[in-house]
Design a protein. Structure first.
Length: 82
């Protein structure tokens, strides 16, 4: 099991993985901008629906957005998009 640590330092349970910044969400922003639902984004990114929902909610709070559309606009304005 010790061999797994160095190969996967940010695996399940890692706080660093959960606390990723806006720059790590380019693909999520792109899918949001296309109007794709959380479930489809989750499937595309191979994560759970709830993970996508949590990430988007956290980004909305960070950007001061109350809708997904506002979030995409704020992301573009703040140069968060890749």
């Amino acid at each position: 099991m010790a061999a797994v640590g160095p190969l996967w330092p940010h695996g399940p349970g890692s706080r660093r993985r959960a606390a990723h910044g806006a720059q790590d969400n380019g693909e999520e922003f792109e899918l949001l901008a296309q109007g794709i639902r959380y479930e489809a984004i989750a499937t595309q990114l191979r994560v759970s629906h709830r993970t996508v929902q949590r990430r988007i909610t956290a980004l909305m709070q960070r950007a001061g957005a109350t809708t997904r559309t506002q979030l995409v606009w704020q992301a573009a304005r703040r140069d968060w998009l890749s």
